[in-house]
Design a protein around this ligand. Structure first.
Ligand SMILES: Nc1nc2c(ncn2[C@@H]2O[C@H](COP(=O)(O)OP(=O)(O)OP(=O)(O)O)[C@@H](O)[C@H]2O)c(=O)[nH]1
Length: 381
């Protein structure tokens, strides 16, 4: 014997399988935890961003050190190393990071290696103050922007390590004064590098903000119809309930249910059923006001918060909507012959909470079903 048909929303939701809106379902929709490939993809973007910055920073940083080398001459091996670091290392670091298993991690090591070079150049310049300060400041800025305090501290250690190697290999004598050429050679680094870093950080935060906006939208919408999903819509109902209480606003709640929707699925299949749900959602959007909050409550049930409206106006709006559905029934196949039953309730200060409002609308809608469907029942007139 078939089980009796549920007669109220609470019965309906109890009748649904427990996993109807379950976490697993959401996980499937948004994907499980990222695969290693996805992680590597993120690392690649990071490597590319740092590559561009390194090419700019080291190619102009070259002149700071070169000017100090001209002031206090050094041998060809140091010049060769400087050219390597300024113009070859950025490409080597890029290749090494991209060909590693986890580019993100390798790139962080490359950043620490940069600070090692920095410490070494400070010793090679005999502690020339201006270029040393510029190099340290730029490297620290890089590390803090790329990896926060932790990478900054690692970078400091890297600089100390590089300086120790310099002290071991080079004949260091402290000569802090920088001549005018050296100071001038440091200016491009001071002026241009912060611009490049600032631009790169700004672009990244803009992208992040866009992503978070996209995610927010996805998490508030029903996947099939694009209407507000049940969870988000219910949070808006709570807000509306409070606003009605505090500001003595008059708003109405409209609950709509497609009649005999199961027959559509059974006769024409679920794809047609989905099409009907989408078309009906479109009809709702077209026939309601732009600030009405339309949600899909589940299955073939829809809910609308009609803000700041008298019951009479809301009734006209709802009746027009039902009429529109009827017209589609005879004129085309958009709704495959479906009709709707609706319950309308205006806010009343004696309501205990938002769910009391919802329960009354639910009750009104089921009265409409009992009256033979394809009609509107208004409660609390
Ligand atoms: N195609 C499709 N069907 C759905 C979806 N969600 C729920 N349903 C179906 O909607 C049907 C709802 O059936 P019932 O609750 O019996 O309601 P009904 O047939 O409209 O009957 P009344 O409400 O009494 O007029 C069930 O067959 C569900 O499987 C969906 O996203 N897509």
């Amino acid at each position: 014997m078939p089980s009796p048909k549920p007669r109220s929303r609470s019965e309906k939701s109890r009748a649904r399988p427990a996993s109807f809106f379950s976490f697993k379902r959401a996980q499937r929709a948004f994907g499980d935890s990222p695969s290693p490939e996805e992680l590597i993809g993120k690392g690649v973007r990071f490597v590319k961003r740092i590559y561009a910055l390194r090419v700019i920073g080291l190619s102009i940083g070259f002149f700071c050190v070169a000017a100090a080398f001209l002031q206090n001459p050094v041998g060809w091996p140091l010049w060769a190393l400087l050219i390597f670091h300024g113009y070859i290392w950025p490409h080597v670091a890029y290749r090494v990071a991209l060909s590693s298993k986890i580019p993100y991690r390798t790139e962080r090591m490359n950043l620490v290696a940069d600070t090692g070079f920095g410490g070494f150049w400070i010793i090679a310049m005999h502690g020339s103050l201006v270029p040393s300060a510029v190099i340290l400041a730029m490297l620290s800025m890089d590390n803090i922007a790329a990896g926060g305090t932790r990478l900054f501290l690692r970078g400091l250690l890297g600089s100390v390590f590089g300086a120790l190697i310099g002290l071991l290999l080079l004949d260091f004598r402290f000569a802090p004064e920088a001549d005018l050429y050296t100071v001038v050679a440091c200016l491009p680094m001071l002026a241009l590098y912060p611009l490049a870093l600032g631009k790169s950080t700004y672009d990244m935060s803009k992208k992040l903000a866009e992503r978070s906006r996209e995610f927010e939208t996805v998490s508030q919408r029903d996947g099939l119809t694009g209407l507000l999903n049940r969870r988000y819509w219910e949070s808006l109902l709570i807000e509306e309930f409070d606003a009605c209480h505090e500001k003595k606003r008059s708003s109405c709640l409209l609950l709509l249910d497609i009649d005999h929707f199961k027959n559509i699925n059974d006769t024409h299949g679920h794809l047609v059923g989905d099409e009907v749900l989408k078309n009906f959602s479109q009809l709702l959007k077209e026939n309601l006001r732009t600030d009405d909050l339309i949600g899909r409550y589940g299955g073939e049930e829809f809910v609308v918060i009609l803000q700041d409206i008298s019951l009479r106006e809301a009734e006209t709006l709802a009746a027009r909507l039902i009429e529109q559905v009827r017209q589609h029934r005879s004129s085309d196949n958009m709704l495959w012959g479906c009709t709707i039953s609706a319950g309308l309730v205006s806010f009343h200060s004696d309501m205990e909470a938002h769910y009391s409002w919802l329960q009354r609308a639910d009750h009104a809608m089921y009265q409409a079903k009992d009256r033979g469907r394809d009609c509107l029942v208004v409660e609390g007139r």
